[in-house]
Design a binder for this molecule. Structure first.
Ligand code: ZN
Length: 194
């Protein structure tokens, strides 16, 4: 068993503190060649971040994280599919990660396409998924939040279905990155503050 497992709650706090420091002082993690070379023996990331492929959303920057800290999965519109779940299962079961964060963002083209009912052969799969999650919501920010919550519920359900103890320990959280000011709003916190 891995000897240095970081709990889901602790990992969530690290991400929150990292985003705060990045916004306030521009603090960045170590992504240098040397940081990669130090980790040739293996990786122990503390969080899975499933986020959009959007080029403006860079998880390591947003959370002030360095090499080896985040296990990042990216799909347009941060949608969940079998490959996504396989990647999450690997991170939890083999790398000891106990936090899965679904990170949506403002100005998301995939969410916009779903609201505008745009389509394309392979895009259709993503758009239909987001439209279903949005359930007729027309406000882009609310639709983005609903899409994040839907993905988080899908991940939670898939982890529960595996019925293994280590999957029960996993915290699945949702958040939205604001392109306008670099802030990450954690949806659970936003709900609690209402
Ligand atoms: Zn996007």
């Amino acid at each position: 068993m891995m000897d240095s497992i970081i709990s889901g709650a602790e990992a969530l706090n690290k991400l929150k503190a990292g985003n705060r420091a990045w916004r306030e002082t521009g603090a960045e993690g170590d992504l240098s060649p040397a940081s990669v070379m130090r980790l040739t023996g293996g990786q122990t990331p503390y969080a899975v971040v499933l986020t959009c492929s959007d080029s403006r959303v860079v998880p390591e920057a947003v959370f002030g994280a360095g090499t080896g800290e985040l296990f990042v999965i990216r799909t347009a519109g941060n949608t969940v599919g079998r490959e996504t779940m396989g990647s999450i299962e690997y991170a939890v079961d083999h790398l000891g990660v106990r936090l899965v964060l679904i990170l949506g963002h403002t100005g998301c083209g995939a969410v916009g396409a779903a609201l505008a009912d745009e389509t394309g052969e392979h895009i259709e799969h993503i758009v239909a998924k987001i439209a279903k999650a949005a359930g007729g919501e027309t406000d882009p920010y609310k639709a983005c939040c609903l899409n994040v919550e839907h993905a988080a519920a899908e991940v939670r359900q898939a982890l529960d279905a595996m019925g293994t103890a280590c999957f029960d320990e996993v915290v699945v959280a949702g958040a939205v990155f604001h392109l306008e000011d670099g802030k990450v709003t954690f949806l659970q916190d936003a709900e609690n503050s209402l």
